[in-house]
Design a protein around this ligand. Structure first.
Ligand SMILES: Cc1cc2nc3c(=O)[nH]c(=O)nc-3n(C[C@H](O)[C@H](O)[C@H](O)COP(=O)(O)O)c2cc1C
Length: 191
């Protein structure tokens, strides 16, 4: 078993390293965290894919359809939490985030320029908004773009999750540990 990290600085560096690793490693469980948001008086949550990680800006990026329920929610209340767990690491992260949506700016258009050429483009081209009631279980494929309009209407959007605080929990047979990294600094807390 790997030696346990002893300092808050080492823990923080290691968790950011794992966040960076997970975006390129489809087998890394942190690549598919749960994003919790506020839906009026209720909580909501769903699995998403972490697409990009920027440790300097302390920002995580997620792709979505601009018409998705989560987008309506974050426009009304920008507070969210991203939760991930890795059995291999024994680590849970709870990232408290401020959520913003980019639909038409450079952040979205530059990424869409690449994605629109890939099979994943289908995820952002459906004429039907996510959550629309449909008659059958068959997925309605997006119609091919008209020949005179090479750029079909897309609904691709980027969710920017700016991290305010990270709550790290280390489950370990020798004793669980927990640390918070936020604007107050880094500190150990009782698990
Ligand atoms: C493994 C997995 C990864 C997913 N990744 C995304 C994603 O990156 N973006 C997204 O909008 N939905 C993603 N989804 C679908 C969402 O979980 C959710 O069903 C959908 O976005 C509608 O949620 P909403 O109505 O809360 O917006 C993913 C689902 C699974 C199971």
């Amino acid at each position: 078993m790997a030696e346990r990290l002893q300092t808050l600085g080492a823990v923080e560096a290691a968790l950011w390293q794992q966040l960076l690793l997970c975006v390129d490693d489809k087998a890394h469980p942190w690549r598919t965290p749960v994003l919790a948001t506020i839906d009026g008086e209720r909580a909501d949550a769903r699995t998403v894919v972490l697409r990009e990680v920027d440790p300097r800006q302390r920002e995580l990026l997620i792709y979505t359809d601009e018409r998705a329920g989560k987008v309506h929610q974050l426009l009304r209340s920008p507070h969210g939490t991203l939760v991930m767990w890795s059995q291999a690491l024994g680590w849970q992260l709870r990232c408290r985030v401020r959520l913003a949506i980019e639909m038409s700016g450079l952040s979205a258009s530059s990424r869409w320029a690449t994605i629109r050429l890939s099979p994943a483009a289908q995820d952002y081209l459906s004429p039907l908004p996510p959550g629309t009631t449909v008659a059958t279980s068959a997925t309605a494929a997006a119609p091919p773009p008209p020949p005179h309009d090479p750029v079909a209407r897309d609904y691709f959007a980027v969710i920017e999750a700016a991290i305010d605080a990270i709550d790290w929990l280390d489950l370990h047979p020798d004793g669980h540990r927990r640390a918070i990294f936020d604007a107050r600094g880094a500190r150990w807390v009782q698990p």
